[in-house]
Design a protein. Structure first.
Length: 278
């Protein structure tokens, strides 16, 4: 739409990968921060081109039909241990993140060293070798809805799923739970496509979407964390344990390396697609 010069959307929610690559490709309007109350949003959740609106996480999801609260995969190493924990696994197939990081953590790399290792040819090979060790047991999902359906249909026993999608599935009766160990947290941003015909109104919408009351309403519907910390006062008690920025959950994971993926996404996506087809 931007390239055509006729965007029909005025505000779009994008992942960190899209944000940083979109900035590189001049897809967004630079925000006028005088029109948005950014004082209520932590600096780590805002850029000149996007304002963070939700925080979510990649988690270890597992079937409660096949595993119990005491005996289930509690680390990425467990997810890769098909002898101890049987069944098919699932991972997102449309991006190398987080599978590459998950594989290295399963192979013993700490979160603090993760992107340093992945930036090397040896680390890349190590990640693909680990993924290849369970490739025949992996069912890839291309959409978030598909990740839920795989658990609903009993096609997988464990694997990677977003926390909000697991929450939604559980509320609908799907036998699924998540473990917060080694969770990978990520951020979605609100951006204005370059060439928007309603730039002023778009700024107003972003401002309204980051009001505490409105962020709480969203969190209560989809279990994705607000970026406005005041919103936590309005979040239901049943939802709070499912949120990535719940202090107890956040302490067990880390924020995805957006800077790393900004520089390496294109190359590693090519490598990832080649590996899937091999």
């Amino acid at each position: 739409m931007v390239q055509s010069g006729n965007p029909v959307w005025d505000v779009v929610d994008v992942t960190h990968e899209f944000l940083y690559n979109g900035i590189k490709n001049n897809l967004f309007e630079k925000l006028d921060l005088s029109k948005i109350d950014v004082s209520r949003i932590s600096p780590r959740y805002r850029t000149d081109y996007g304002i963070g609106d939700i925080v979510w996480s990649y988690n270890i999801g597992y079937s409660t039909k096949q595993f119990t609260e005491d005996n289930h995969p509690k680390s990425w190493a467990d997810v890769f241990d098909t002898k101890k924990f049987s069944g098919s696994r699932t991972m997102p197939g449309n991006t190398p993140a987080p599978a590459m990081g998950v594989a290295l953590m399963a192979d013993g790399v700490t979160p603090g060293e993760l992107y340093k290792v992945l930036a090397t040819p040896e680390g890349l090979k190590r990640a693909f070798d680990k993924l290849s060790s369970i490739k025949q047991q992996i069912i890839f999902w291309e959409t978030n809805s598909q990740s839920q359906q795989l658990f609903a249909d009993g096609e997988v026993s464990c694997g990677v799923i977003l926390n909000g999608r697991a929450y939604d599935a559980a509320q609908k009766g799907v036998p699924i739970a998540i473990d917060w160990n080694q969770n990978i947290q990520s951020i979605d941003y609100l951006v204005i496509p370059r060439g928007s015909k309603n730039v002023d109104i778009a700024h107003g919408l972003i401002n309204e979407m980051t009001v505490a009351e409105n962020q709480a309403k969203l969190a209560n519907k989809i279990a994705y964390s607000p970026t406005n910390s005041d919103a936590f006062e309005g979040i239901d008690a049943k939802v709070a344990p499912w949120l990535a920025t719940n202090p107890e959950n956040a302490a067990k994971g880390f924020v995805i390396g957006a800077d790393f993926w900004q520089d390496h996404l294109e190359k590693l996506t090519e490598e990832w697609e080649g590996w899937k087809l091999s």
